[in-house]
Design a protein around this ligand. Structure first.
Ligand code: SAH
Length: 349
């Protein structure tokens, strides 16, 4: 192979670590051959740990009511064009029931940040879900909360928590969020979640406004040192009713390249091939799996609210992301040599 990046790729494969400058070089100097080599190695190492299994998570978008004003996000508080909704605990339980029958053994409750989802409401709901479905894991993705709150939710049965760090660079963080949302608190949350005992997921957008390759290198270094159980990455996609409406979307190609690198940094990582990838390209999620991802998160939210949970424009919400079309997803995965499995899908350590 005529590839000047091969020594770096070899080093990454062997040591699961590079310096910041090396990560940046790997990104900046990338070419098709490097991408192919990284993907081949990522797929090989993933296969050694997880075989050809792809884990599925049933995503329940519990509410788009949010008090925060993240500049990139379509459900930000100041977006008056957003039609708001929230699911009741009974509606959420119905989603779980339907999901369980379809074979889902992880439910992810994601939503905007709002006092309605109080500790007591969530704890009651968690206890109910966990007592009905003994073989299921519950993941929460409900943003920043106090340590005390995270402790209560864990005690009530939550197993995992997804909280993307969004960017490891504090100055960049301040360009993506208003002043009341700090990088410091985001990191505090991630540390608390880890200490409490959750399986923790971090993650970032690829191609978010003002992002540089040096910043992406910092994101990779953060994953290398924090060693999360999960890491969600997807391309930034502009939403027309946000301050970032005029910024270009991130690329599928770079997202896939980074998925391969992440797999090599932390081989057992649970790495979703995200909806945002599937939104930018019809076969985006297959590309993610073929780059080293091993998780997909189809939507279990009621169809009536799906089009309202619009984090970005054109968000995929046709049959291909719906749980009801799980058979379709299974066929698509089979076509590229993978099997969707009915299991909690915990990280293999
Ligand atoms: N309030 C929760 C859930 C946020 S939505 C929390 O803070 O964790 C989940 C993720 O969607 C975010 O972490 C963000 O990385 C991603 N997201 C939001 N807007 C986006 C956009 N315009 N393009 C791509 N991803 C976006």
């Amino acid at each position: 192979m005529n590839n000047n990046l091969l020594p770096l790729i070899d080093k990454l494969t062997e040591t699961h670590s590079l310096s910041l400058a090396e990560y940046e070089c790997l990104i900046t100097e990338r070419n098709d051959e490097a991408a192919a080599t990284l993907a081949e190695r990522a797929v090989r190492i993933r296969r050694e740990i997880y075989g050809n299994s792809v884990y599925i998570r049933g995503l329940i978008e519990v509410s788009n009511i949010c008090q925060n004003n993240c500049y990139y996000c379509g459900i930000r508080a100041s977006n008056s064009a957003c039609e708001r909704y929230r699911l009741t605990p009974d509606e959420i339980l119905s989603c779980c029931e339907e999901g369980y029958e379809l074979g889902f053994r992880t439910f992810v409750m994601q939503g905007g940040e709002n006092a309605y989802f109080s500790d007591s409401l969530l704890c009651d709901l968690l206890r109910e879900i966990k007592s009905r479905y003994l073989d299921c894991a519950v993941t929460l993705s409900l943003g920043e909360r106090s340590r005390e709150s995270y402790e209560k939710l864990y005690a009530a049965g939550a197993d995992r928590y997804l909280l993307r760090h969004e960017t490891a660079n504090a100055e960049h963080y301040a360009k993506l969020h208003p002043a009341e949302l700090t990088h410091e608190n985001r990191m505090r949350c991630l540390r608390d979640l880890r200490e409490i005992g959750y399986q923790v997921g971090c993650g970032f957008m690829v191609g978010s406004p003002y992002q540089t390759n040096a910043m992406l290198a910092e994101d990779l270094k953060f994953v290398e040192t924090f060693k999360p159980d999960m890491c969600g990455i997807g391309p930034f996609i502009p939403h027309k009713d946000t301050p970032f409406r005029d910024h270009p979307a991130g690329s599928v190609e770079l997202t896939c390249y980074l998925l391969s690198i992440l797999r090599l940094i932390h081989p057992p990582l649970l790495l979703p091939s995200t909806t945002a990838l599937g939104t930018l390209r019809e076969d985006g999620r297959e590309m993610g799996i073929l780059s080293g991802a091993n998780v997909v998160m189809p939507n279990l939210s009621p169809t009536s609210v799906r089009r309202k949970y619009l984090l970005y424009n054109n968000k995929l919400s046709d049959g291909s992301e719906s749980a009801q079309c799980k058979a379709n997803l299974a066929a698509r995965m089979r076509a590229i040599g993978y099997e969707i499995v009915c299991a909690r899908g915990d990280i293999k350590k």
